[in-house]
Ligand binder design. Structure first.
Ligand code: ACO
Length: 434
């Protein structure tokens, strides 16, 4: 029990002591704000760029124990979900908090399948992009644009309206993602085929050509489904924080999710698997690995796909992806970079530099290899990530909307600029310029 635990703080500026309650390993920033507060001075605040030690919410969506390498969605271990569930069932779990009955599942799958089409004007909008537009930029714009097609979405206090937008977004994301992919290739957009499963339909929209019906390889569909499950949520990461922060203004969920996509677009968040591929290609062959590792240890560069802010153990998603590699390569043939990756991992895991710093493969170490084998160009990697993360963003957004404690996100700052300068009109300032 932590309820009766407290923290005693002595403010040495005044000699005053304060007793702050500790709940769930946290103190309330608002309680700190009472320290040293006077009529003229604000109370004590916390300075925490990047929110590295600040809990912004209570959440029951995802649990991570980085030291032990544990990831659970709504209490279910990721390993079990990846092995025994489907992406749509996991999406239901994340959104609703519990696993569906058969009837709930069938209804959910039906609803999602029913909403895979988008308005023809969304298609026109996407066709208006330049031939070489980045698919992630296209995805984020088109998801944002959906808010104009469903203006009722701004009524976020109505659970029925909310549910409808959640369904629409999970349903339409593969359509928008696949069309962004086809656009860059100058190929016609493929409409959804609602006879197929979620992932099979996605493959069809990506790769169908002149055949009347696309026949997806079930092993590839399964591997892609697993990858989507692995990316479905990861608690308060950068993009989820963006969704929550923008969502806290009570904007519609399309706008909030497009903020999440924008955050994921950044190389520090969604781009590491592309960096892994580039690194493996640069290493080129197993013989070059020792020299590469020496370079990493000398601080010349990083071993991409290794290390994680939260996981100080094997990222559980990396273990699962490694297995998925075998299934995909059985169909596509082995990606020659796999051999280098495996050898690199073996050497790194035995090397004191990596052991001492608790650097293990993360989710990105192997995912790029699979995506490349599936013929995705690197620009598509973050789009795949975004499709997988959509149920997580929406589950977190729904939790935010229902959370009575949440307020509009509005951090404090420490002001470092000038004060009380005298403004001189432009004409006077410029008159003195030589
Ligand atoms: N290769 C070599 N050394 C590394 C690596 C790496 N990949 N990652 C961390 N280190 C070293 C650091 O240099 C540091 O060493 P030092 O103590 O001698 O200075 C030590 O390990 C601790 O690293 P930090 O940078 O403090 O760890 P942090 O938690 O800030 O960084 C991060 C985590 C950004 C993921 C980092 O490990 C990294 O850059 N990895 C490579 C990029 C990558 O794979 N990113 C994907 C993350 S997963 C995801 O976003 C979905």
């Amino acid at each position: 029990m932590t309820e009766n635990h407290t923290l005693t703080v002595r403010d040495n500026r005044t000699g005053e002591e304060y007793e702050l309650p500790i709940t769930d390993g946290t103190i309330r920033a608002g309680d700190l704000g009472k320290i040293g507060k006077t009529e003229d001075e604000p109370g004590l605040a916390v300075y925490d760029p990047g929110f590295t030690n600040t809990a912004s919410t209570r959440s029951s969506v995802t649990f991570i124990d980085g030291d032990k390498g544990i990831l659970e969605y709504r209490g279910y271990p990721i390993e079990q979900l990846a092995e025994k569930s489907t992406f749509l069932e996991v999406a239901y779990l994340l959104i609703h908090g519990e696993l569906p009955t058969k009837e709930q599942h069938d209804q959910w799958v039906h609803e999602i399948t029913f909403h895979t089409f988008v308005h023809e004007n969304v298609k026109s909008l996407m066709q208006g992009f330049r031939y070489d537009a980045h698919p992630m930029g296209m995805l984020l714009s088109s998801v944002g644009a959906l808010s104009t097609f469903y203006p009722e979405a701004r009524n976020i206090s109505d659970p029925t309206v909310r549910h409808e937008q959640v369904v629409r977004m999970i349903a339409k994301m593969p359509t928008l993602g696949a069309w962004s992919f086809r656009h860059a290739q100058g190929k016609p957009y493929v409409y959804p085929d609602n006879d197929l499963s979620y992932t099979e339909n996605f493959l069809s929209m990506l790769f169908k050509m002149s055949e009347p019906k696309y026949d997806p390889d079930p092993r590839l569909a399964k591997a892609l489904d697993v990858l989507l499950i692995l990316h479905a949520d990861h608690e308060q990461n950068c993009s989820t924080n963006a969704v929550r922060s923008v969502g806290s203004s009570q904007v519609d969920p399309y706008s909030a999710v497009s903020a999440g996509i924008a955050a994921l677009y950044g190389p520090l968040h969604g781009g590491a698997n592309e960096a892994v591929l580039k690194m493996l290609k640069r290493i080129g062959s197993k013989e070059n690995i020792p020299a590469f590792i020496e370079g990493v240890k000398n601080g010349d560069e990083k071993l991409m796909g290794f290390g994680h802010r939260v996981y100080k153990n094997y990222d559980p998603r990396a273990t699962i992806i490694k297995k998925a590699c075998d299934d995909v390569f059985e169909v596509t043939g082995v990606n020659p970079l796999l051999e280098i990756a495996q050898e690199l991992e073996k050497i790194a895991l035995e090397d004191e530099y990596f052991v001492k710093r608790k650097l293990y493969p993360n989710v990105d170490f192997y995912s790029g290899l699979i995506y490349e084998a599936l013929q995705f160009p690197p620009e598509m990697f973050t789009v795949l990530f975004a499709i997988g993360r959509t149920p997580g963003w929406l589950a977190q957004w729904s939790e935010l909307v229902d959370d009575k404690e949440q307020k509009i996100a509005r951090p404090k700052q420490i002001y470092t600029g000038d004060r009380r300068l005298e403004f001189v009109p432009a004409a006077e300032r410029w008159a003195n310029e030589s």
